[in-house]
Ligand binder design. Sequence first.
Ligand code: ADP
Ligand code: MG
Length: 237
Amino acid sequence: MSEPFLIGEKMTGGYGKGPDILHECTIAVEKGEIAVIVGPNGAGKSTAMKAVFGMLDIRGGSVRLDGEDITRLTPQARVAKGMAFVPQTSNIFTSLTVEENLEMGAFLRHDDISETMEQVYGLFPILREKRHQAAGELSGGQRQQVAVGRALMTQPTLLMLDEPTAGVSPIVMDELFDRIIEVARTGISILMVEQNARQALAIADKGYVLVQGRNAYTGTGRELLDDPEVRKSFLGG
Ligand SMILES: Nc1ncnc2c1ncn2[C@@H]1O[C@H](COP(=O)(O)OP(=O)(O)O)[C@@H](O)[C@H]1O
Ligand SMILES: [Mg+2]
């Protein structure tokens, strides 16, 4: 098998001097595909995302992007390599306008950002309408669009999303997943943590079930949805 576009391979580590949270945890995503991480609360899903993004010093394993070992790079250096990360909380500037949030997302760029901004507004038309409003005035689903839009402003090759649909209605969730599929179709790889496991696995090319910092089940989204053990333990039957 050839090397995946992004792989965090056998990642082992935890926070500071604390105990290991991840135990030889492996997460990968191919170019333009969607990989989804699911599992119980506290399983280490967010920690695995942070490890891939360089917010955690791992004791073992490695992270490789497009064939390059980036294990020792800072998060900022990884952004310059094409990674974008939307954390679970505090992922927008609520006192800034929607458009200012998007501009902030492009702070590392020195070229013309207007075309990318048009792409974001094309993807999320409501953000164009509300571009002069403070992001804090928007609904939960719209704020998540701002967060994703802001990440896209860096023109990433890999977009990492930690629970992008947290707290939104099923309709808004479906809508957001449709937009995420659209982003993947442009060739951007998506690595996403989701509580809405069924719906997320339904759009996943690859799925990972994490339990206590370890890979418990791995397969295509379809395989995991069809696996009786996975259904019983993690998808409510
Ligand atoms: N900043 C942190 N410092 C120390 N421990 C943490 C920190 N963040 C998370 N943990 C611990 O790591 C474990 C996994 O947490 P997390 O990755 O947030 O799980 P999940 O995202 O799957 O719900 C939990 O036991 C949690 O208490
Ligand atoms: Mg989490």
